[in-house]
Design a protein around this ligand. Structure first.
Ligand code: HEC
Length: 120
């Protein structure tokens, strides 16, 4: 238990400061996923981690424009959605907001993520 807590303490600062880097203009969805450090919480293969849920079913719940909007302001959407409110209770941290990423790039990320989920 102590060991578990120590691991958490070491990981906290890493996760708590999710990346605020702005991706280069021509970045692909995969590159944005990497630059924004989505994988730190959701995993490289979308299996999820202790910091965030798996994303393999996102295609069942989202369309590209709704998802692009969610990236900019997840909190208000989570509060108004029963499924996401339940999901939120399972994690220590909230999904960070990515409103520093321009709308077109959030859309590219959303389209790419939904394509990945469809293939899983
Ligand atoms: C600090 C950890 C963390 C980071 C970084 C993070 N997320 Fe999340 N994400 C979460 C958590 C936790 C939830 C569940 C809702 C909540 O508790 O806020 C979530 C929810 C989601 C959902 C909704 C899942 C569903 O079932 O509908 C999507 C999609 C998503 N994240 C994608 C991303 C993408 C893409 C990025 C990078 C731009 C990202 N997340 C970065 C923690 C994170």
């Amino acid at each position: 238990m102590l060991r578990h807590s120590l691991t958490l303490l070491l990981l906290l600062p890493m996760v708590a400061c999710a990346s605020t880097a702005i991706p280069p203009e021509n970045a692909t969805g995969a590159e944005i996923y990497g630059i924004a450090d989505c994988a730190g919480c959701h995993g490289d293969d979308f299996d999820g981690t202790m910091f965030g849920p798996g994303l393999k079913d996102v295609d069942l719940h989202w369309n590209p424009s709704a998802l692009a909007g969610f990236f900019a302001a997840p909190e208000s959407i989570i509060e108004s959605d029963a499924r996401l409110t339940e999901l939120d209770k399972e994690y220590w941290f909230d999904m960070p907001d990515y409103d520093h990423i321009p709308p077109r790039q959030r859309e590219i990320l959303a389209i790419w993520l939904l394509e990945q989920a469809k293939e899983k």
